[in-house]
Design a protein around this ligand. Structure first.
Ligand code: ZN
Length: 165
């Protein structure tokens, strides 16, 4: 059902489909149980912005995942030169699209060389368990380093002087 501009809007009756649609001054979203209102500039679609996004997401799961990855990379200030085509080929090669997720055995994208960003040749798929183990190993190495640290008398004096003022 597409609504033309300037025409009266109807919303489904809350009591169910047996009742005729109710005339309303607001253009309500067509999704059952959705309380959203269609944006004035988006009246070519009978759905609200949220439902349109959800529909786009389920239609283009890989594009949605790619957009998320790029956004998070930007937030974390990692270089990102991966194109969607490269990402798609990676996902097909590694079966990443099917195996990604939130459990410890789900696949995640790992940057092989940590100093480099997300590029075609610097990514591989490893399980989330392995990926978090990697960061734990780094943490553990630092802890061991700290435990083995033996300051010289000069260093101790320097730190104590700093603590005084
Ligand atoms: Zn909606």
């Amino acid at each position: 059902m597409f609504v033309k501009k300037g025409q009266p809007y109807y919303r489904p009756d809350d009591r169910g489909d047996k009742y005729p649609p109710v005339l309303t001054d607001k253009h309500h979203c067509l999704t059952p149980r959705c309380r959203g209102v269609v944006h004035k500039k988006r009246e070519h679609s009978p759905y609200c912005t949220g439902c349109r996004r959800d529909m786009w997401r389920s239609k283009n799961p890989l594009k949605y995942a790619f957009g998320n990855l790029r956004r998070r990379a930007k937030q974390r200030r990692k270089a990102f030169s991966l194109t969607f085509e490269e990402y798609k080929s990676f996902a097909e090669r590694t079966d990443y699209a099917r195996l990604k997720g939130k459990t410890s055995l789900s696949l995640s994208i790992d940057r092989i060389d940590n100093s480099k960003g997300y590029e075609k040749t610097n990514i591989r798929a490893i399980t989330l368990r392995e990926n978090s183990r990697k960061s734990f190993l780094k943490f553990y190495a630092r802890q061991t380093e700290n435990a083995a640290y033996e300051p010289s008398a000069g260093e101790i004096a320097e730190i104590e002087a700093k603590l005084k003022d």
